[in-house]
Design a protein around this ligand. Structure first.
Ligand code: GTP
Ligand code: MG
Length: 212
């Protein structure tokens, strides 16, 4: 598959090395932010983090879909989610808190943001997406490398993984009643997230009162 890239295997491997390094950098940053939050507020905004590198097959597929030739240059320019990190939180409030903390990191550049929580997709999909660029310091140069960060709640993640499986099973042509049920489930996920958030706030408030 890598052979499809005209510039050859050397630069393919260099690119994969850069994307892997970028994932390490961003993962470490997120761990530090989470640890600091635990240290100060005694609270863990991140439940878990998953990261992945896009497979050569899906990089080629995405380039083809966009009408681009499979070259390293096109891949770097047009495929912004080769390195991807998914942060899963308990509450919707954690999502904005984390997004803000990420945005304040001086050595990260936020290239774009898509707020599918405020504006869910037609499928019902909700998440907060950021494309960031992180400098990778090599021995003789610095290379800015893109990483896609998706932030969502456990409930949104549950929905998205089921929807993803169904999408693949039907190759994007799921029967209408299934898409409708999924949209309905997305609504329920929204209600659950809102209820869990207000419940958590009520718990914190009640505890505060007890302690004073
Ligand atoms: P992609 O070409 O799919 O990467 O989309 P894009 O460049 O338009 O970016 P967008 O922010 O819309 O989506 C990026 C990623 O979000 C996807 O690769 C999926 O991981 C996830 N995503 C977006 N829409 C959906 C959806 O409807 N369902 C699920 N399960 N995931 C989605
Ligand atoms: Mg993608």
């Amino acid at each position: 598959m890598e052979q499809e890239f005209a510039e050859g295997i050397d630069s393919w491997e260099t690119m994969m090395f850069l994307y892997n390094s970028a994932l390490k950098e961003v993962n470490t940053k997120l761990e530090i932010l989470n640890d600091e939050f635990v240290h100060i507020h005694n609270y863990n905004p991140i439940e878990y983090i998953k990261s992945r590198i896009k497979t050569p097959e899906s990089i080629v597929k995405k380039l083809k879909k966009g009408g681009y030739e499979s070259t390293i240059e096109n891949m770097v320019t047009y495929v912004k989610d080769i390195a991807g990190i998914r942060i899963v939180c308990s509450f919707t409030s954690d999502i904005y808190r984390l997004a803000e903390m990420i945005g304040r990191q001086n050595d990260l550049t936020v290239i774009s943001v898509k707020d599918y929580m405020k504006h869910p997709k037609a499928s019902g999909y909700k998440s907060y997406h950021m494309i960031v660029s992180v400098p990778i310091f090599l021995s003789n140069k610095v290379v800015d490398t893109k990483v896609e960060i998706q932030i969502r709640t456990i409930a949104m993640d549950f929905w998205a993984s089921l929807e993803h499986k169904i999408y693949y099973k039907f190759e994007g042509n799921a029967p209408e009643y299934i898409s409708r049920d999924l949209r309905e489930c997305a609504g329920i996920v929204g209600q659950l997230d809102a209820k869990m958030l207000s419940l958590n706030e009520a718990i914190l408030e009640a505890k505060e009162k007890q302690e004073h």
